[in-house]
Design a protein around this ligand. Sequence first.
Ligand SMILES: Cc1cc2nc3c(=O)[nH]c(=O)nc-3n(C[C@H](O)[C@H](O)[C@H](O)COP(=O)(O)OP(=O)(O)OC[C@H]3O[C@@H](n4cnc5c(N)ncnc54)[C@H](O)[C@@H]3O)c2cc1C
Length: 550
Amino acid sequence: MLWTLALGICSALPNSIHDDHLPQFADRRQTVESLSSHLLGLIQDNLSSTTLATRDSELRQVINNNAKALNDIGKQIDSAPETRRTALVCKAGQLIYGSRAVTPQQPTYEEEKQENWSTTCWLPAACFLNVRNALEVSIALGLVVFTQTPFAVRSGGHNPSPGFGSIDQSGVLIDLGAMDSAWISADKSIASVGPGATWENIYDYVEQHQLTVAGGRAAGVGAGGLVLGGGMSHFSNHWGLVCDNVKNFEVVLANSTIVQANSKSHLDLFKALKGGGPNFGIVTRFDLHTYPDYRVWYNYKVYNTSNVKRVMQATIEVQKAMETNDKIGFFLNQGVGTLTAGLVYREWTTFPAAFRAFDGIPVLLDAIPATNGTQASFSPALYVRTRGANDQTYRFEIGALTIKPDVQLYQDLQLVLQQIVGNSNLNLGFTYQPLGAPAARQGQAKSSNAVNIRPEPQSWLALVAQWTDSADDQAARSKLRELISRIESTARSRGLLLPFQFQNDASYSQSPLRSYGADSLAHLKTVAGKYDPRQVFQKLQSSGFLVSRA
Ligand SMILES: Cc1cc2nc3c(=O)[nH]c(=O)nc-3n(C[C@H](O)[C@H](O)[C@H](O)COP(=O)(O)OP(=O)(O)OC[C@H]3O[C@@H](n4cnc5c(N)ncnc54)[C@H](O)[C@@H]3O)c2cc1C
């Protein structure tokens, strides 16, 4: 994916963030006779309803120039069988987007298909529509809605659940990967990023201004999915979740209207987008608060599991300290033979006293020596690659659980993992991601999110299975489910299981939106119904954590 940086500092944000326009929900299709006038109408609606920096003339011209062919397609759609229907929609896409509507006949098709992180998501979309700005997203959505074509939306493509940022030949993939720009406001308080921007590039950009943002920890992951799923940064206890640090979302609603959702405009939508997933619209820009503390210390230490007791005791000590010292960032990867501790601190320092609990535990490897760096320099080290050394490609499946911190439980879970992996060569493991009461308070203070974290110390577990051969899909998936279920029952039996499932790590078979609690889910349903009364995102969107299926 290409990374483009806007040159210099914009004098103002690209669009007004105080757009009080209320979306119109006219069912335009019943009032117009042709596909071309439908699409032109959507452009017109957006121009009159927002202060959008326009790219309209080019789009208008393309639609006018191809009006006859588009209208012929519009007429054929209703009577076409399903297979022909998607081909027609892709043809319309080619008339509008040219070679950026990629069909199987084009040489770049395989590249598009293989953009997703997990090869389980290399699905053969009927076509990929590479959109470049909010207006093009609005037209793409208008096209799939007009023709009632299934679609999926992809930003960074890092969600490993098939059908989330991917779709098979029955539908169209709206690819936001090219919307990867970043701007900084004149007063440098806001960084505006496109949904296809990846975190290492976002950090790289803001760090040029000696600033940072609350964002993802690993390179490669897209802003789009991570923020909408809530988002965990290194310092959740300091910043809250990543979504808590959004000042404004630019969103294309189901009726193709482009709106700004923030504390002054569409407040209900603003809150719902903070962790509510892909239920309300396609987000085309995130305006993120910037912060001065871009200097980060980190150290990545690998231990043998024979030291599990000491490592887990140290982990619990660090977790306790995190409740009062919000400079601490920490995670622990649990593998079959190794434990890897990610020690992170929100300032440049020598070895922070907060991690002294790890002193004296024999280290197998200082995988990343203690470094005074930045989020940009650390994030590539945390990336898990799709391709291995011998160019083999990986399949991934994930799951999420939340447990309370407890030395004995942490120790026992290592045994559980070892028992489940047994003699198989499956790469199975999980990561403890601690956060606590301060993270919940941040969410409440910053105009509240949909996630509804309990204000108490907890570890969000991210479980991952990694394998290479599709013949092993069933075995790998069933081992992962077994691990989820065993951890769940072990923690529950000791009163240490919490109901929360983190959307960004959850399996498609879990229900993270339900885990937010009945009130939060009811609110999300109400907002989805208000902004998408025809249920475009529930019915035409191929998959994702949808309120209608929660
Ligand atoms: C190596 C790795 C490291 C990770 N590290 C972190 C981490 O530090 N913190 C964390 O919180 N999570 C982390 N994750 C999880 C990650 O946040 C999720 O997988 C997330 O869904 C990825 O976002 P994406 O844009 O890359 O994915 P995609 O697959 O493109 O999208 C994921 C979902 O979001 C929807 N979506 C994407 N963009 C939009 C949009 N603009 N508008 C509406 N819907 C949209 C898609 O339709 C899909 O359902 C990590 C994942 C990986 C693989």
